[in-house]
Write a protein that binds this ligand. Structure first.
Ligand code: NAI
Length: 335
């Protein structure tokens, strides 16, 4: 079977890590034609906007996209191009599986968590204004529809992937109305999933607990900004931003991207770690039903990391992006 998907290379290290990921997916034998579309700082030069209509149209046509990180340029009408893409395509789930990587030493072993972050509303929408000098108001919109959508999706995932528990991360003790609405939606949806263990915990309690003993959690669902902060904390538990994959998923479209940003400090040097985006590519393959290829890529990636001979600088190695990618492809071809 052959596919055509949208490719958003992104800014900074985006072109480097997307190129690496495409090489690995190609080596896994999945026939994907990529349709590159302009987005981010580069698109401002060619199209006068960081998010041209053709970019969204392409994702709507191909339904799936691989995306590098985007830097939102100042002064072009967007608080965040990433947020705009998620909202325009109603990609209401941010899925971030966080798993210990063999051979990457961290404080905790066998970390295996999944973060589901509501992706379209909440404080992260960045709706702010200044009514008078020296005062800023930020709008935090939470809807029952969005809370039920993300919570239902999370429960389906827990059930289908054979996970054990779903924790709602909230602060309804203070945000009694908005987080209270999320809490109510969580409990209402939970009734439909009697075989999933449900619990609700305060966000401050959860972050402390994660640092001390992440094994007490399994899958966690939460509002947008809590998810932004918590998934970076979880990335720190397994080796940092260079290794954690992500997916933005809605009922019709899906965009696969790493948790990390465009890393301007190392952009263009050819030293970025492509692990996170290659792992996002694994999520993409699973999403389209190419499970065998997904497993082969994941195995090859983990084998190379575990062996430890070829690693990028952020994981204490000396390999560059291309050498690390070559090692994964060689492993794929051998197996
Ligand atoms: P960042 O994730 O780009 O960088 C943080 C640190 O992690 C830097 O030291 C960087 O070198 C390192 N790092 C990140 N990814 C790495 C990789 N694959 N390999 C090796 N080292 C890596 O976060 P920062 O600096 O806060 O953001 C930079 C830009 O990226 C900003 O414009 C931000 O808005 C954008 N951004 C975009 C995202 C997206 O497109 N989804 C997500 C997060 C940030």
């Amino acid at each position: 079977m052959s596919y055509e998907f949208t490719l958003i290379e992104g800014d900074g290290i985006g072109p480097e890590v997307t190129a690496a990921t495409i090489r690995v997916l190609d080596a896994a034998g999945v026939d994907i034609q990529w349709r590159p579309v302009p987005t981010g700082a580069a698109a401002v030069e060619s199209h006068g906007t960081p998010l041209p209509d053709e970019t969204l149209r392409s994702v709507q046509q191909t339904r799936v996209a691989l995306k590098g990180p985007i830097t939102t340029p100042v002064g072009h009408g967007f608080t965040s191009v990433n947020v705009a893409i998620r909202q325009a395509l109603d990609l209401y789930v941010s899925l971030r599986p966080v798993k210990s990587i063999p051979g990457v030493p961290t404080r905790h072993e066998n970390v295996d968590l999944v973060v589901f972050r509501e992706n379209t509303e909440g404080l992260y929408s960045g709706r702010e204004h200044s009514p008078v000098d020296g005062v800023v108001e930020t709008l935090r919109v939470i809807t029952d529809r969005a809370c039920r959508n993300i919570t239902t999706w999370a429960n389906e995932y827990v059930r289908n992937e054979g996970r054990r528990k779903l924790t709602l991360v909230h602060k309804a003790s203070i945000m009694k109305l908005s987080d209270g609405l999320f809490l109510d939606a969580f409990h209402a949806v939970a009734d439909n999933y009697p075989f999933v263990t449900h619990e609700a915990r305060l966000v401050d309690d959860v972050v402390r607990g994660l640092v001390i003993d992440p094994s007490q959690y399994d899958c966690m669902v939460m509002e947008n900004l809590y998810g932004d902060v918590l998934s970076d904390l979880c990335a720190g538990l397994v080796g940092g931003l260079g290794v954690v994959p992500g997916a933005n998923i809605g009922d019709r479209f899906a965009v696969f991207e790493a948790v990390h940003g465009s890393a301007p400090d190392i952009a263009g040097k050819g030293i970025a770690n492509p692990t996170a985006l290659i792992h996002s590519g694994v999520l993409l393959l699973r999403h389209i039903g190419e499970r065998r290829a997904a497993e082969s890529v994941e195995r090859a990636l983990f084998t190379v990391l575990e062996r430890g001979e070829v690693r990028t600088g952020d994981l204490g190695g000396t390999a560059n992006t291309a050498q690390f990618t070559d090692a994964i492809i060689a492993e794929l071809q051998q197996s």
